[in-house]
Design a protein around this ligand. Structure first.
Ligand code: KG4
Ligand code: ZN
Length: 414
């Protein structure tokens, strides 16, 4: 359909959303035949209250987010009751904002999708009870969402990616490698045995008191480490990558965190400063931690690619690795992964940074994916509960370890 652009005096091909808005400006209501499926997504699993309206073609009609990062930075970590209170204070406003930016009436929604697992119990509870009230009021179907499934599928909103593909999810709460065979069909290849990389970077940043650094005071721990690392020399400290002997795709970050902690204590002694003051070697430590983290993540991912290739799990002509989650916005780690994908003839894809961290768009999009596949759409929400702990897919990490694939060394020249 072509519409005359009066100001420019030329014909242009508008997006479907523009056509819809144009028709609406004449009070023309096209109704369900014309309108694409629209899903409202609501996310409150951790420390972001987020909502978005997304259509079937991946158009984002409206989105809103309230981040609690600043509050949690001040308290030195997420305190669940504080997160719960902030979700309660903001959820109504954020959902309202996403709906009003999208200029649709709630009655036009096809469904409401909300994260119900995994995450902080108190945070998940706020999103779920708000959504259930809305579902009841609007008489809409409800689509419960797995937070990690949503992270994994986000790439299909921004890029044309077919199943199967390999996904690496690295954030503050999660760390896993999985083969995505369908909307809700995952094979778990490996996961962190202790903490997630974002959690480790947050702890190191806190131990280095980066909140006191003028350039980093408002950044998340991981972002502060990336920023400071650019000014440091990674060779000044030698932190060994964890689990070098374990030939599986699992991860570990708490050992590295303790080693870094001890090094910081040692440096404080050498520099004659108190805990809580900024170290002159903070940038070098940041650079070395980031490098070791990148090498560890790259090695496990390399093994996962080789395992999938050995089992013919990925397309031979177009094997794709998707990287998402808050830590995926780290460009140094992305470069390390690029070295791996270049060496294994894979395509590396990452959603844009704003879709890598928690957001409402990914939840709404997961709702669209499930709606299209006819999976997990509830017309009766009786008995629905949130689940703080919930693995993703079928765990085959033992089988991956038994394959004991040796990974050829790669030069990590980043
Ligand atoms: O996905 P996300 O928003 O929340 C969940 O944990 O689910 O990820 C937040 C995490 C935090 O630990 C934060 O420090 C980390 O992602 N992060 C980064 C960067 N930006 C955020 N880590 C490394 N480099 C970054 N640029
Ligand atoms: Zn997340």
């Amino acid at each position: 359909m072509l519409i005359l652009n009066k100001t420019a005096g030329v014909f242009f091909k508008p997006s479907k959303r523009k056509i819809y808005e144009y028709l609406r400006s004449f009070n023309f209501h096209p109704g369900k035949v014309f309108l694409h499926k629209l899903v409202l997504g609501i996310e409150t699993s951790c420390d972001d209250t987020a909502a978005a309206v997304v259509d079937e073609t991946g158009n984002v009609w409206g989105e809103a987010i309230h981040s609690q990062t600043e509050v949690h930075l001040k308290t030195g970590g997420i305190i669940p009751p504080v997160a719960q209170q902030l979700h309660r204070e903001n959820i109504q406003r954020i959902v309202q904002e996403a709906l009003s930016v999208s200029k649709i009436s709630p009655s036009e929604l096809s469904a409401i999708a909300t994260t119900i697992k995994p995450g902080l119990a108190l945070s998940l509870g706020v999103g779920l009870s708000f959504s259930l009230q809305l579902v009841d009021q609007l008489k809409k179907p409800f689509i419960p969402i797995h937070h990690m499934e949503a992270h994994a599928l986000t790439i299909r909103l921004t890029n044309k990616v077919e199943f199967p593909f390999l996904v690496l999810l690295i954030s503050g709460g999660h760390c896993l490698l999985a083969l995505v065979r369908g909307v809700s069909d995952f094979l778990l290849l490996g996961k962190s045995l202790d903490i997630a990389p974002g959690d480790m970077l947050d702890k190191v940043a806190r131990r280095l008191s980066l909140i006191k650094h003028p350039e980093c005071s408002t950044m998340s721990g991981g972002k502060a480490i990336e920023h400071l690392a650019k000014q440091g020399n990674k060779l000044h400290f030698d932190f060994k990558p964890p689990m070098q002997r374990a030939k599986n795709c699992d991860f570990s970050f708490s050992g590295l965190q303790h080693v870094v902690d001890k090094t910081i204590t040692q440096k404080e002694k050498e520099e004659g400063i108190e805990k809580g003051q900024l170290l002159s070697s903070a940038a070098d430590i940041a650079a070395a931690v980031q490098h070791t983290t990148a090498c560890h993540i790259a090695k496990r991912t390399h093994r996962a690619i080789l395992f999938c290739k050995q089992r013919n799990f990925l397309s031979e002509s177009n094997a794709v690795l998707v990287v998402s989650g808050g830590v995926a916005s780290n460009l140094y780690i992305r470069k390390a992964l690029e070295i791996v994908t270049n060496a294994t003839q894979c395509t590396l894809l990452c959603p844009p940074p704003r879709l890598c961290t928690d957001n409402g768009v990914m939840i709404a999009w997961n709702g669209i994916e499930r709606l299209r596949a006819g999976l997990g759409i509830l017309y009766d929400t009786e008995g629905i509960r949130y689940e703080p702990k919930c693995p993703l897919g079928v765990d085959i990490s033992k089988e991956v370890g038994e394959a004991a694939i040796k990974v050829p060394p790669l030069k990590m020249k980043i």
